[in-house]
Ligand binder design. Structure first.
Ligand SMILES: C[S@@+](CC[C@H](N)C(=O)[O-])C[C@H]1O[C@@H](n2cnc3c(N)ncnc32)[C@H](O)[C@@H]1O
Length: 311
């Protein structure tokens, strides 16, 4: 488990030990979570990596296989964990997570309620955002999912910041012990409108609720319920567009120089008399950014609302 450093931040500034979870990074679209065990190996297209070679190295180290190829051993930060965790449910991704943390105003010391826990993708980021003095209480009615998310939180080092409960939040609401104590509530439930009255009771004055729903019909129904005790109701859809930056070779043969708008002039060399009878072919390289094919489209709608002040 990752310790809390003297500056009270979740810290990865230490060396890898047996039992740690590391993210084995080949490239940005090829990563894998691996538990380090003395005596184990990792085998991939780069060859065989001995875990024993990893122990004692700082997180972020480059390690080599028996074939001289390398991977990086990264710390399981929430950003990376979201990309490698095992999907037991649909999950929230970086774009929605970042937006949720900001619009829910989650800061160190906050008490946050969440349901459902699902695969714990959002939970891990909420936990880091409230550290070191806050706490996340997350509920799912699916016992096995709650248990798996709890185990994951031990592996990613946030277990002391999260309590996992098994409860039907749509049917029973959040436990009364949190009444008036929550800074924010996050719902990712199939019928969030059933949990909204309870969420309202849990929030402190001015507290904020966010509900994630994949369909606009769910947003409409939730918004109707929110109107009685919430204000400032706003819905967002977050779309992320990623770009791949690549070096490309451009043919700028004679007569075609600068054929692509803004391309740099080709570097030409003097040609011999024999060569000059042949048409000249020359290339220049250029850095280009093009939208990535793996960009995600619609994930869902995020509806935020602030508890009305008691008059
Ligand atoms: C889409 S998943 C949540 C994913 C999560 N936000 C994440 O990022 O990993 C929805 C979860 O809600 C849980 N759920 C559905 N109905 C529930 C209810 N009435 N009470 C509590 N949890 C419920 C499901 O078991 C499921 O795990």
């Amino acid at each position: 488990m990752l310790p809390v450093d003297p500056a009270n931040k979740l810290s990865f500034h230490r060396c890898i030990t047996g039992g740690d979870l590391v993210i084995v990074y080949e490239r940005h679209d090829n990563m894998k979570a691996v538990k380090v065990c003395e005596g184990s190996i990792l085998q991939n297209r780069f060859g065989v990596f001995k875990h024993s070679d990893w122990i004692g190295k700082p997180f972020g180290s480059k390690v080599f296989s028996n074939k001289g190829k390398f991977v990086y051993l990264l710390a399981p930060t929430p950003e990376l964990w979201t990309l490698v965790l095992s999907h037991r449910t649909q999950i929230l991704y970086l774009a929605d997570i970042s937006f949720v943390i900001m619009y829910l105003e989650v800061v160190p010391g906050c008490l946050v309620l969440e349901s459902g826990t699902g695969s714990g993708s959002l939970t891990t980021s909420l936990a880091r955002a409230v550290a070191p003095t806050g706490h996340v209480y997350t509920f799912d009615f699916h016992e096995q999912r709650a248990a798996s998310a709890r185990e994951d939180s031990e592996r990613t080092g946030v277990s002391s910041l999260v309590t996992f409960g098994v409860r039907d939040i749509q049917g029973e609401g959040f436990p009364d012990e949190f009444s008036g104590l929550a800074d924010s509530v996050f719902l990712d439930l199939p019928q969030p409108w059933l949990a909204i009255p309870s969420a309202g009771k849990m929030l402190k004055q001015d507290g904020i609720l966010c509900s994630f729903s994949p369909c606009i019909e769910q947003v409409q129904r939730s918004s109707e319920t929110l109107r009685s005790s919430f204000t400032d109701i706003r819905t967002f859809e977050v779309l992320l567009r990623t770009y791949e930056v690549q070096e490309v070779k451009i043919d700028c043969s004679e007569g075609d120089e600068g054929g692509i708008l803004g391309s740099p002039p080709c570097k030409r060399r003097h040609r011999s008399s024999e060569e000059s009878s042949r048409p000249e072919i020359s290339f220049s390289t250029r850095i280009m950014a093009k939208p990535s094919g793996e960009a995600r489209g619609h994930t869902g709608y995020l509806t935020f609302a602030r508890l009305k002040c008691a008059s």
